[in-house]
Design a protein around this ligand. Structure first.
Ligand code: NI
Length: 165
């Protein structure tokens, strides 16, 4: 396994529509293993292949049990409810914004060997499924928020009892 470089906003790979994974081969397995190692090292909750410069539809999401789920060719097939919350991205380091997402989603995907499965998530995990899946179509969370905040700004606002925009 190896760490991969996480690309940041402005890199063209983050703006592209990724192609489906068609070969469930050793190369895919190495990519998924590297993505998991990179995500753990970065202390994140999700990572999409285009964030490491690979334009294929594969993501990793950390679930409530702290397990990393590999999702190849993920599609959100059902969504319910709504939640508002702070969101960040390893490709937009140090910046956070308030983003509206469904509160519950069901995702259909394939595992690393091509076997189809479905997985559901709510709360922060649902948020993460939405955020990571969106990366595969070239979108970043910053498109859904009016303002971005640094951690320092968030701390100051909390101390002052100010509302997030
Ligand atoms: Ni992201």
């Amino acid at each position: 396994m190896a760490l991969r470089k996480i690309l940041t906003q402005g890199e063209s790979s983050l703006e592209k529509v990724c192609r489906p994974v068609e070969r469930f081969d050793r190369r895919l397995h190495i990519l998924l293993d590297d993505m998991k190692e990179t995500l753990a090292e970065a202390n994140g909750v999700g990572l999409a292949a285009p964030q490491v410069g690979i334009l294929r539809r594969a993501v990793i999401v950390v679930d409530e049990q702290d397990q990393m789920i590999e999702l190849v060719n993920p599609v959100i097939i059902r969504q319910e409810g709504e939640q508002d919350g702070l969101e960040g991205c390893l490709s937009v380091p140090g910046m956070y914004g308030k983003v509206k997402r469904p509160n519950y989603v069901i995702v259909r995907a394939q595992d690393r060997d091509g076997n189809p499965f479905e997985v559901s998530g709510e709360g922060i995990v649902a948020r993460c499924f939405c955020h990571e899946t969106e990366h595969l179509d070239g979108h970043l969370f910053v498109e859904h928020t009016g303002r971005l905040y640094t951690l320092e700004e968030l701390d100051a606002m909390e101390a002052d009892g100010e509302e997030l925009q």
